[in-house]
Design a protein around this ligand. Structure first.
Ligand code: ARG
Length: 463
């Protein structure tokens, strides 16, 4: 038997050093320590309430765990690689403190339901932080949109000038994405917040325990319904990872726009010095590294999501050691998501739009060509014909390097005698934007409505 391992009873030879190193997870799962202790304390209280341990034993165990908690918080706890993981490290430390009675804590419990509980508690905290950050990021978008409501910029498709839009409308498009991300993360939180403890190794336990009591102590919404599912399930992590990945993909799109907009070719915005960095060789440089890194870091969370999908694929029920591979991917996604949300919010708050540049950019690329076609439609021409006529007018203007609104009325009338003096109003940027009054459109009154709606839902804590 191996004396110094909690599972050493049936073993005759000691573990090879390489195996110890290979199977060890304590260097990363020690991060779950405080959740592990919280779960153990709730479990001990329940064992006492159900008469499975005496009040004195429970008190001993809980006091011992609380001492360990303090040592961990003060950085005094010595983690041992030969004890594999966070659970056995804490269990052995408890035994050293209070003697063999420590062994009673593991009644009606296995590391399989224990680790599932720890990860759920950990992830619930991360989700609460992420949700708070998302709310403040959405506020930042709303506030910026409100402050810049008068700014018109080119809207793009295929990264080519398409139609004029309000910068506020563009920002509120991101507000919609981050609102859906909020909904997805909230839904992931519901899946996370269910207690697997009491499922034991896989089949449940013969002891008359009270699973609801533990769940309630730990703030869970309810208990898992099937013990085999409870120890094998990692969907709750996948749900979080998918929501986090989608959110980072949205962040990376916004960051890509900031990077483009800050380049001299666009010159649409400037970013605060405090959020940019310089070059070690080119003294003139101010680079949008934070935006670039957020864009770049989205790659790793995609990788983490795929890692976990691949780990789970084809795993037979129930617990398999493969599942230990969920943690580093999960931690990395958490450690990426939170600072990215925080810094993206600062970038949104801090960027300065160059109103003039955006407006001037709208002069290029025939942004109001669709308006001219729409104008002809209001005069009775079918849209497809109008499209054709305007195409010819655009080609004519391109040839002569003039803008649509520089074309004299007589010239317009050579292309279509439906054109009258009122056409010029249709060709202005302000007119183009203002006419898009359809629900969801870029007209200032619609965007203002969207802003009011957003402020209302944010104030009410929705979604
Ligand atoms: N370190 C393990 C994990 O992360 C804990 C559960 C171990 N269970 C077992 N039967 N070996 O999944």
């Amino acid at each position: 038997m191996i004396k110094d391992k909690p599972w050493g009873g049936r073993f005759q030879e000691s573990t090879s050093a390489l195996v110890e190193e290979f199977t060890c997870s304590v260097h990363f799962d020690c991060r779950l320590a405080l959740y592990d202790i919280a779960g153990s304390i709730a479990h001990a209280r329940m064992l006492k309430a159900c008469g499975l341990i005496t009040p004195e034993e429970a008190q001993n165990i809980i006091e011992g765990l609380e001492q360990i908690k303090k040592e961990i918080e003060q950085g005094l706890f010595k983690w041992r690689q030969d004890l594999e993981d966070v659970h056995m490290n804490i269990e052995m430390a408890l035994r050293e403190k209070i003697g063999p009675v420590a062994g009673k804590l593991h009644t009606a419990r296995s590391r399989n339901d224990q680790v599932a509980t720890d990860v759920r508690l950990f992830l619930r905290d991360i989700l609460d932080k992420a949700l708070d950050l998302l709310v403040s990021l959405r506020w930042a978008l709303v506030n910026k949109a409100e402050k810049t409501i008068g700014i018109i910029m080119p809207g793009f498709t295929h990264l080519q000038h398409a139609q004029p839009v309000l910068l506020a409308h563009h920002l509120m498009a991101y507000y919609e994405m981050f609102t859906r991300d909020t909904r997805r993360l909230r839904s992931a939180r519901q899946s996370v917040n269910i207690c697997p403890l009491g499922s034991a190794a896989l089949a449940g336990t013969p002891f008359p325990i009270d699973r609801h009591m533990v769940a309630q102590e730990l703030g869970f919404e309810g208990i898992t319904r099937n013990s085999m599912d409870a120890v094998a399930d990692r969907d709750f992590i996948l749900e979080f990872m998918f929501a986090a990945t989608t959110c980072l993909l949205h962040l990376s799109r916004l960051m890509e726009e900031f990077v483009l907009w800050m380049s001299p070719e666009f010159s649409f915005i400037d970013l605060p010095d405090s959020l940019c960095t310089g070059s070690s060789i080119m003294p003139q440089k101010k680079n949008p590294d934070v935006a670039e890194l957020i864009r770049g870091k989205s790659g790793r969370v995609v990788g983490n999501l795929l890692t976990l999908c691949t780990v789970i694929k084809g795993l037979p029920l129930t617990y398999n050691r493969d599942l230990q591979e969920d943690k580093e991917a999960l931690f990395d996604t958490c450690d990426t998501l939170l600072p990215c949300l925080r810094l993206a919010r600062d970038l949104i708050e801090g960027f300065r739009p160059h109103q003039e540049k955006m407006y001037q950019a709208c002069a290029e690329g025939f942004l109001t060509a669709t308006d001219l076609a729409d104008y002809l439609v209001t005069k009775g021409l079918p849209f497809r014909d109008a499209h054709h006529v305007v195409g010819k007018i655009v080609a004519y203007c391109l040839d002569r390097k003039i803008k649509l609104w520089e074309l004299p009325l007589e010239k317009f009338r050579e292309f279509s005698d439906l054109v009258e003096e009122d056409v010029y109003e249709w060709l202005t940027l302000e007119g183009s934007v203002a006419r898009r009054r359809v629900p969801g459109g870029t007209a200032p009154e619609r965007v203002k409505e969207a802003l009011e709606q957003a402020k209302k839902e944010l104030t009410e804590g929705r979604p």
